[in-house]
Design a protein around this ligand. Structure first.
Ligand code: SAM
Length: 372
């Protein structure tokens, strides 16, 4: 074991040196999982929790306990954290780590779904290996009305539809890979969460979502009521995109669609959430909160990410990928800034370095690519 510091927590983690193979180390090779690449995920979660101020938290897949420990130490008003992991080794480490950090909490060695049916909390964190899908229903069951659920998904190959069969199995999504796949993927994830919450007559409203590195993170506000759940469900769609000319459309139905512009057969992805993926008020609050967190080593990365998100949040439609559309117009890929200037109401996007977000229509986007 070795001691590391992250945020305001000091914790014991498996020593990477002991588990490296040929000078390489993957956190999943150690008996208990700790991934420094997820620090930004945890940092943003700390910021978010300081806004929603939960008192009782369930960290349903704790590993070393780093998340719950940081929430206890860095979020104002947390009274208790419930830690849980299926692995015995993880439990031993969590117990040591919460002692070192003087955390008030309970530690369970159960399947996450089992603990989530036993306890209630005002924030539930689901941070699994790969897909959060198997834990969604139980997390919406566990969270109190008006509480929040945070989920991480690292199985982007399923969500962006690189693997159609995994998308179908894990998320009940029928899909082709679309050019704006990174945004469609997070919308597919949100769509699945909304459907699972609806089963227990709850509305899972996405209030802050982002893509970073190799994962998605989404925070939902969970409200009670079948009517509210129905209204979210009514905003699930299938996105359609023409692989030949780039034209796009959407519909609540899954069907074979012929491109109205060029007659090619359109690709499809859905069901996916077509509503807002951020609450603008929440973005502003996160920005305000960030100034108190200049001790975070990811401070400047988070600052850039939040600034970009606060601009792109003005534009609801999924981004246009310039290096997908330009060749279809037999044009070179124009500089992003020029297209944004030409469209006037448009922005870059954190989802894709060659993507632009705008509420202008397809023809207007095409015109601005052509003139630049
Ligand atoms: N949240 C941790 C962090 O921020 O460092 C990382 C969690 S790690 C990605 C996933 C953890 O889930 C592993 O420690 C694993 O033992 C545990 N796990 C896997 N399946 C589980 C299940 N069904 N119930 C509870 N824990 C499970």
């Amino acid at each position: 074991l070795t001691k590391i510091r992250e945020g305001k927590a000091e914790i014991l983690v498996p020593d990477p040196k002991e588990y490296e193979k040929e000078d390489k180390f993957d956190p999943s090779w150690a008996p208990v999982f700790y991934n420094p690449r997820m620090e930004l995920n945890r940092d943003i979660s700390v910021l978010f929790l300081n806004i929603i101020r939960p008192r009782r938290i369930v960290d349903a897949l704790s590993a070393t306990g780093i998340r719950g420990i940081r929430y206890f130490k860095e979020v104002k008003g947390v009274e208790e954290v419930i830690f849980n992991d299926l692995s015995k080794e993880a439990i031993e480490l969590i117990n040591e780590n919460i002692k070192i950090n003087n955390v008030i909490g309970e530690v369970f060695n159960k399947d996450a779904n089992s603990i989530l049916y036993e306890v209630k909390a005002d924030f539930v964190d689901i941070d699994p290996f790969g897909t959060p899908a198997p834990f969604l229903l139980a997390s919406f069951h566990s969270v109190i009305r008006g509480g929040y659920v945070g989920i991480t998904a690292t199985d982007l190959s399923a969500l962006v539809c690189s693997s159609k069969s995994s998308a179908r199995r894990k998320y009940d999504i029928i899909c082709d890979r679309l050019s704006f796949s990174k945004e469609v993927g997070i919308r597919g994830l949100i769509g699945k969460a909304i459907r699972e919450a609806a089963v227990v007559e709850k509305a899972a409203i996405p209030v802050f979502s982002f893509y970073h590195d190799y994962y998605y993170r989404v925070f939902f506000k969970v409200e009670g009521g079948a009517k509210k759940a129905d209204s979210l469900l009514s905003r699930l769609v299938y996105y359609y995109e023409c692989p030949k000319c780039g034209y796009r459309d959407k519909s609540v139905y899954y069907q074979h669609v012929t491109c109205p512009k060029c007659g090619a057969s359109m690709k499809a992805y859905g069901p996916a959430w077509d509503g807002e993926i951020y609450d603008k008020n929440m973005i502003n609050k996160i920005k305000e909160e960030l100034v108190h967190f200049n001790y975070l080593s990811t401070y400047s990365t988070i600052s850039r990410l939040i600034s970009l998100i606060s601009v792109e949040a003005e534009y609801k439609e999924p981004y246009y990928k310039l290096d997908f559309i330009s060749p279809r117009l037999k044009r070179n890929v124009p500089p992003k800034d020029k297209v944004i200037k030409c469209l006037k109401e448009a922005s870059a996007t954190h989802f894709d370095t060659v993507g632009i977000k705008t509420n202008k229509n397809f023809e207007e986007v095409i015109e601005c690519i052509k003139v630049n």
